[in-house]
Design a protein around this ligand. Structure first.
Ligand SMILES: Cc1cc2nc3c(=O)[nH]c(=O)nc-3n(C[C@H](O)[C@H](O)[C@H](O)COP(=O)(O)OP(=O)(O)OC[C@H]3O[C@@H](n4cnc5c(N)ncnc54)[C@H](O)[C@@H]3O)c2cc1C
Length: 345
């Protein structure tokens, strides 16, 4: 049995902790909830289709399988409902868009996700002269609720401490990690956009991408699908919705901007004619990589320091599969595939 110190209780840290605990390992997770957290603002949607090319997303079938298994099992274990299956209705912008969809529905890979069904609630409420079609096997995870339920579980089982892990307070002594008088075998960074700020990890190609979302109340709008019209509108129930999201690659402070708010509202107002109340605006940084693959593995010259991150804009879909893969690598010594390995940088 090894002792792991995991830094960060976002999607990455939470799922890796569960995967290690399932293997009977000893785990302590530290989070101070003061650093930026993408998981706290994520809409939590998953969708196996990339709309730009109308193609299945990378390893869609494998990711969906593991994601469904993991979150359903965790719902039972944590006695909380946070995993919601819901189709995405894609609004077409032209007749060509609709024809392309029909063409692709016979494709051996992406075809299984492209339904011929049109969503009635979207057709009735949205300006959509070219119609819409549903994507199968989509939905959303209530990420803040999942994190909270997991944190309570970790606290009950002695696996959690609310604290900051400061690099200056960590020592690597022979084959041990020492932090605040406790000793561990490995330190695993799941600290989102902070992973390449540690010594020995600066070379990792992790780029923060700033995103903003709006929480809305819209009376007289009932939807039984997530709507995608270039932006997304996610129905939470009780006339509450999340609208998003912006993508900004420039170095910006983590603050809500009027520009993003106006942009998102203007996009939505082109599609619906309803009275919209903005209840809040949220911001966060997606931990992205240029090759759009996660980062998993050890620091170059330190076998006691590891990373699990770079989940980009698909944390919900990727984290269950890759946390399991990494936990197996850590406990059984299986190798990490090159395309996601930290060693590729
Ligand atoms: C606006 C927006 C919308 C998004 N929508 C979706 C979506 O619909 N679907 C989807 O799958 N993904 C979405 N994402 C992406 C998703 O949020 C990320 O992929 C995922 O949350 C990353 O998880 P993480 O655990 O790696 O990082 P984070 O969630 O950022 O977690 C890092 C954690 O580490 C902690 N921490 C950092 N440093 C320290 C330290 N020194 N000591 C202690 N604790 C520390 C932080 O407090 C934080 O809790 C969205 C992201 C944004 C910004």
């Amino acid at each position: 049995m090894s002792k792991y110190l995991i830094v960060g209780q976002g999607l990455a840290g939470t799922l890796l902790a569960f995967s290690l605990l399932e293997k009977g390992e000893e785990v302590l997770i530290a989070d101070d909830y003061k650093h930026a957290s993408a998981s706290q603002v994520a809409a939590g949607m998953w969708n196996p289709v990339t709309f730009k090319r109308l193609a299945a997303s990378w390893l869609a079938k494998e990711m969906l399988e593991e994601m469904n298994l993991t979150f359903r099992k965790l719902e039972d274990q944590l006695q909380t409902k946070f995993f919601h299956v819901l189709p995405v209705a894609r609004i077409f912008n032209s007749i060509q868009d609709a024809n392309f969809w029909d063409e692709k529905s016979d494709h051996p890979e992406v075809g299984r996700y492209l339904s011929a069904r049109s969503n009635k609630s979207v057709q009735e409420n949205f300006n959509s002269p070219f119609g819409n079609s549903e994507v199968n096997e989509c939905g959303w995870l209530n990420v803040p609720l999942f994190r909270e339920a997991a944190r309570n579980y970790f606290i009950q089982h002695g696996n959690f401490i609310e604290d900051t892990v400061n690099e200056k307070e960590v020592e690597f002594i022979e084959s041990s990690v020492v932090w605040k008088a406790s000793t561990f075998d490995k330190l695993i960074l799941c600290n989102g956009i902070g992973v390449n700020q540690w010594k020995g990890l600066e070379h990792l190609d992790l780029i923060p991408n700033h995103g903003q979302v709006l929480d809305l109340k819209i009376e007289n709008l009932e939807l039984d699908a997530i709507v995608n019209f270039g932006q997304f509108l996610l129905p939470y129930g009780n006339n509450k919705f999340r609208l998003g999201a912006t993508y900004n690659w420039n170095e910006v402070p983590d603050e809500p901007t009027d520009e993003a708010k106006e942009f998102l509202l203007a996009e939505l107002k082109q599609r619906i004619d309803k009275y919209i109340v903005v209840e809040s605006q949220k911001t966060g940084f997606r931990p992205t990589t240029r090759d759009r693959r996660p980062i998993i593995g050890f620091a170059k010259e330190n076998e006691m320091l590891a990373v699990f991150g770079g989940l980009g804009s698909k944390g919900v879909l990727l984290a269950p599969y890759f946390s399991k893969l990494f936990a197996t690598g850590l406990t059984e010594g299986t190798s990490i595939p090159k395309e996601v390995s930290a060693a590729r940088f």
